[in-house]
Design a protein around this ligand. Structure first.
Ligand code: CTP
Ligand code: MG
Length: 239
């Protein structure tokens, strides 16, 4: 019998939410569920998702576990201690997946602070990963972009053609992404890595851009949470 390739999901959730302000942004209510629950729910019902790893500080394991409903069988969920930077948290999550008895073929890394991802964004990222080995959901940069001079005046307008905003879930072959992380770590080239596609770029692997969505926002500030709540109130968010 032909078996379908499986995905592991790493949800980096170990940040301190400095720009959000007071309170844990992942535990904030978003139309009846917390941000974390909604991010988790994006993957739970997918049958090709074998394991979901929540990476956070050990003192948050229990509070996070308690508020997750019984929507996920415990053997599909793991809690792993996070790191000081996002890249380190992701690395710890990848190492956890790789040491499983049957590691998944692919991994999707998804910010726990990104609860509104439309299912079609994930569908397309997963499909492209299965066919091409890696996928990066993006939206074309919509803004007019400026560069500034040291005196805070405008020095130039940047051509936005070919510029994209990277989103998550970013998806890769698990073994290849982990080996990329370990290679860059050993070479001292990991400290400025802010997303996972950057690891593939640095090791010379191809990442295919797939459609992102402007609704696929990351909750960074309190204003982002207010916006996310408004999206739900007005009924345009994915179910
Ligand atoms: N993250 C992580 N480990 C870190 C830092 C960040 O797992 N050491 C996670 C966050 O929990 C979040 C995602 O990476 O889900 C994206 O990070 P960001 O939105 O920057 O969240 P925070 O780092 O928590 O916020 P801030 O930068 O404002 O402190
Ligand atoms: Mg951060």
């Amino acid at each position: 019998m032909k078996t379908h390739p499986t995905f592991g999901v790493v949800l980096p959730a170990a940040g301190s939410g400095t720009r959000f302000g007071s309170g844990d942004k992942l535990l904030m209510d978003l139309a009846g569920q917390t941000v974390l629950e909604r991010s988790l729910a994006l993957f739970v019902s997918r049958e090709n998702v074998q394991k979901i790893v929540i990476v956070t500080s050990p003192d948050r394991f229990e509070p996070y576990r308690r508020q997750l409903p019984a929507m996920i069988a415990s053997e599909r969920l793991a809690f792993v201690a996070g790191g000081r930077e996002r890249w380190e948290s992701v690395l710890f999550g990848l190492r956890h997946l790789a040491q499983l008895k049957n590691p998944p073929t692919f991994v999707a890394v998804h910010d726990a602070a990104r609860p509104l991802t439309p299912p079609s964004v994930i569908d397309q990222a997963f499909r492209t990963t299965e066919s091409h080995g890696a996928a990066l959901p993006c939206v074309a940069e919509p803004a007019t972009l400026k560069k500034t001079a040291p005196d805070n005046s405008v020095s130039e307008t940047v051509d936005r053609r070919g510029l994209f905003q990277a989103q998550t879930p970013q998806c890769f072959g698990l073994a290849k992404l982990l080996s990329g992380y370990e290679t860059l770590l050993a070479a001292g080239q990991i400290a400025d890595v802010t997303d996972d596609a950057q690891v593939f770029e640095r090791i010379g692997e191809r990442v295919i851009i797939t459609p992102g969505d402007s609704l696929n926002m990351k909750i960074t500030t309190a204003g982002d949470l207010a916006l996310a709540r408004a999206i739900f109130t007005h009924g345009s968010a994915p179910a």
